[in-house]
Design a protein around this ligand. Structure first.
Ligand code: SF4
Ligand code: SF4
Ligand code: FES
Length: 503
C-alpha cells in the first residue's frame, strides 16, 4: 500500500496504480481523454495534468504511478489553467458541429469544455484546418477527422485488444489524422468498440448514427444473448424499440468490450414479433390460448416438452415445475437453439447459447432427436426455434401437433398449430449462467409487446387450464424457488455499471 496526500487529505491506496485510478477511489475525477483503463497509457492529450509537490512541471496523472509520500493537487490554480489551455488547443481546429454530431450529449469535448474550457475561440472558422468529414473505415465505423483529438485510443485498441494493425496515425502537425493502413479496412470482429472508447464524435456507428438523440434513450443493464460468455451490456431503447447495444464493463467477464456480433444482436427484438396468440382457427386472447393449449395437450396421447438454452434459469425451472404439476408423464429435454460458431481468444465462445450451463445444471439436457423418434403426438417448444436452427429435424416433427411459446414469427412458430407470444429477455427479468458457472441477471428495458407474457406466466395459465396448481406471487418468488432447488446455480453475480468511455 502507498500513502499519499490528495488535495490536502492523506490517503492510502494499493501500490502500482496511476494517479487517475488512485484519485477515483476517493471520488476525485481527473479529466482525461487518451487514458483508458483497458489500454496501455500513452500520455498524449495532456488533459490529466496534476501538480505534484517537489516537481516543477505539471505531470500527467495517467502515466504517473502513486508513490509513498507524494503530495498531489488536482484542483490548484495552475492545474485549472492548464486544463483550459489544453481544451483550447484540442478545439483549435474543431468544426463545432455539435448540432449535427451523433456524439452530442455524451461527448468528452462537450463535457470538459463546460467544466474546464468555457473560453472563446481565438481562431476564426475560416482559419481552421479542414479535414475529411466522412471516411468509411469499415462495415461498422465512420470517421470524422475534424472532430478527432488524436488520442490514439482507437489505434491502441486495434493493436492491443483486437490484435490487428488496422488503424494508424498518419501525417504530421495540424494535418495528422487517423486512417487505415493502405489497402485495409477496420473490420476486425471487435471493431465497434472503437466507437465506444472514442471520447469525441470522431468515430460513429453506421448502425446507430442519426437514429435518435442519446438523451432520449432509456437504458438498462443486461447480458448479451449471443454466446455462452455472457458479456455485460447496456440495452438502450427509444419508443420501445432497441436502438443500440453497448458494453457494460465487467472485469471478470468481458472487461470493457463486446464483439460486433453481440453489438448487432438486437434487431430480432424489434421485428417479426408475435403479437397475439394464433391457432388453426385464428387469433386467441391469452386466456383462450391457454385453454386451447390445455385442450391439445390433454387430447395428445404422448407429449414432449422442449426447453431452450436461451431461456432464463427461472423459466427453465418453471417448465420443470409445469411438467411435474400438470403433465407428469410428459418427456422433457433441452435442445440447441443456435448452431455453434468459431470462438476466439478474446471473448467469443463457440457455443452461441447464453444459458447452456444453466440448462445443464437444471438437468434439462438430453437427447432431443431420440425423444422425437419416440413419436410424441404433441411437442410443446419453449423459446426455441427448432426448425429454423435444425431444418434436419423437420422430418421428425412432421405429423406432430406443435405448440410454440415464441417471441418471434420464427420457422417453428409458423409451423405450430398454436403459437403463444412470450417476452424476449429485453422485456423480462431473468438470469443466465455462463460457461464458467457465473450466474448473471438481466432486467427489462422494454415494455412487453402486444399480448406477450413472460414464459412462466404462460405456463401458469396452461397449468390452470389443465386443472393443476402452479402459481408464483411474483418473479422474485420464482427466482427464490429456482435458486433453492438448484444450489449449483450459485448466487447472482454482482452487476457492475461502468461504461466503456471511462472518462
Ligand atoms: S478517432 Fe477518436 S479514439 Fe481515435 S484518435 Fe481520434 S479521438 Fe481518439
Ligand atoms: S462474445 Fe458472446 S456474449 Fe460477448 S458480445 Fe460477443 S456474442 Fe455477446
Ligand atoms: S495525457 Fe493523461 S489522459 Fe491523456
Amino acid at each position: 500500500m502507498a500513502k499519499f496526500t490528495l488535495n490536502g487529505v492523506e490517503r492510502e491506496v494499493p501500490d502500482g496504480i496511476n494517479l487517475i485510478e488512485a484519485a477515483l477511489l476517493f471520488g476525485v475525477r481527473i479529466p482525461h481523454y487518451c487514458y483508458h483503463p483497458g489500454l496501455s497509457p500513452e500520455g498524449n492529450c495532456r488533459m490529466c495534468a496534476v501538480e505534484i509537490e517537489g516537481i516543477p512541471k505539471l505531470q500527467t496523472a495517467c502515466t504517473t504511478l502513486v508513490a509513498d509520500g507524494m503530495v498531489v493537487h488536482t484542483e490548484s490554480e495552475k492545474v485549472i489553467r492548464e486544463r483550459t489551455e489544453v481544451m483550447e488547443f484540442l478545439l483549435r481546429n474543431h468544426p463545432i458541429d455539435c448540432p449535427i454530431c451523433d456524439q452530442a450529449g455524451e461527448c468528452g469535448l462537450q463535457k470538459y469544455y463546460m467544466e474546464h474550457g468555457l473560453h472563446d475561440s481565438r481562431v476564426a472558422v475560416e482559419e481552421k484546418i479542414l479535414k475529411r468529414k466522412r471516411v468509411d473505415l469499415g462495415p461498422l465505423v465512420v470517421l470524422d477527422s475534424e472532430r478527432c483529438i488524436l488520442c490514439s485510443r482507437c489505434v491502441r485498441f486495434c493493436d492491443e485488444i483486437a490484435g490487428v494493425r488496422e488503424l494508424v496515425l498518419a501525417n504530421r502537425g495540424g494535418r495528422s489524422e487517423i486512417t487505415t493502413f493502405p489497402g485495409r479496412t477496420l473490420e476486425n470482429p471487435y471493431s465497434g468498440n472503437v466507437i465506444d472508447i472514442c471520447p469525441v464524435g470522431a468515430l460513429t456507428s453506421k448502425d446507430f448514427r442519426f437514429k435518435v438523440r442519446v438523451w432520449f434513450l432509456k437504458t438498462a443493464g443486461s447480458i448479451c444473448p449471443g454466446c455462452e460468455r455472457g458479456c455485460n451490456i447496456y440495452i438502450e431503447q427509444y419508443q420501445n424499440e432497441v436502438q443500440r447495444i453497448r458494453p457494460r464493463a465487467n472485469l471478470d467477464v468481458n472487461r470493457w468490450w463486446i464483439c460486433d456480433d453481440g453489438r448487432l444482436d438486437y434487431k430480432w427484438i424489434n421485428r417479426d414479433r408475435l403479437l397475439r396468440a394464433e391457432g388453426e382457427a385464428g387469433a386467441h386472447s391469452p386466456e383462450r390460448a391457454d385453454e386451447e393449449a390445455a385442450r391439445i395437450l390433454r387430447e395428445a396421447g404422448s407429449v414432449l416438452l422442449v426447453a431452450s438454452p436461451r431461456s432464463s434459469n427461472e423459466n427453465l425451472f418453471a417448465l420443470k415445475r409445469f411438467r411435474d404439476a400438470a403433465l407428469p408423464r410428459a418427456a422433457l429435454v433441452g435442445g440447441s437453439f443456435r448452431k455453434p460458431w468459431e470462438g476466439d481468444r478474446i471473448l467469443k465462445r463457440p457455443d452461441r447459447n447464453p444459458n447452456r450451463k444453466g440448462m445443464e445444471i437444471l438437468g434439462l439436457s438430453g437427447d432431443l432427436e431420440g425423444a422425437l423418434r419416440k413419436a410424441p403426438d404433441c411437442v410443446l417448444v419453449v423459446e426455441n426455434d427448432l426448425l429454423g436452427d435444425r431444418p434436419d429435424l423437420a422430418d421428425l416433427l412432421r405429423g406432430k401437433k406443435l405448440i410454440a411459446l415464441a417471441s418471434n414469427r420464427d420457422a417453428t412458430a409458423e409451423k405450430a398449430a398454436l403459437r403463444i407470444p412470450v417476452c424476449t429477455y429485453a422485456e423480462t427479468e431473468g438470469s443466465w449462467t455462463n460457461f464458467e458457472g457465473r450466474t448473471q441477471a438481466f432486467h427489462p428495458v422494454l415494455k412487453a409487446v402486444g399480448e406477450s407474457r413472460p414464459v412462466f406466466r404462460v405456463l401458469e395459465g396452461i397449468a390452470r387450464a389443465l386443472g393443476a396448481s402452479l402459481e408464483w406471487s411474483d418473479f422474485g418468488a420464482l427466482r427464490e424457488e429456482t435458486f433453492q432447488a438448484a444450489p449449483a446455480l450459485g448466487s447472482l453475480s454482482p452487476s457492475p455499471g461502468g461504461g466503456a468511455h471511462a472518462l
